[in-house]
Design a protein around this ligand. Structure first.
Ligand code: FES
Length: 120
């Protein structure tokens, strides 16, 4: 208790523009794999879980496929996700979306965003 967010997920400076990086984070007490994406000054993160069949998106830890169009492609069956909202735009789960995880950049580091107040 109380140690949530005590450590940053990773360094913002070390995250190349356009990069897709895997990090482990503790969410609601469970360790989860996340995919973190930087686009310019923006950083987004999603659970590293494909909405199609629940598989990891990477083909080896931290190795994500990116299409020529800049889509994140699930290594299992090829579902393709745009990297703004995590929507699946092609493949077996088209119309579904990755589960977003709120992150923020502070002091040159990427952190899990503070949990919203009043959550159940
Ligand atoms: S589990 Fe990702 S496309 Fe099937």
């Amino acid at each position: 208790m109380g140690s949530l967010n005590a450590e940053p997920l990773l360094s913002f400076e070390g995250l190349a523009d356009g990069a897709l990086v895997e990090v482990e984070a503790v969410l609601d007490g469970d360790s989860e794999s996340l995919v973190v994406h930087r686009q310019g000054d923006a950083v987004r993160a999603w659970l590293n879980v494909c909405p199609h069949a629940g598989r990891r998106l990477d083909w080896a830890p931290g190795q994500f496929l990116k299409s020529r169009e800049g889509l994140l492609v699930c290594a299992a069956h090829g579902a393709s996700f745009e990297l703004e909202g995590g929507q699946c735009v092609a493949g077996p789960c088209r119309g579904d979306a990755l589960r977003a995880v709120a992150v923020e950049v502070r002091d040159g580091q990427v952190w899990l965003a503070a949990a919203p107040r009043g959550e159940a």
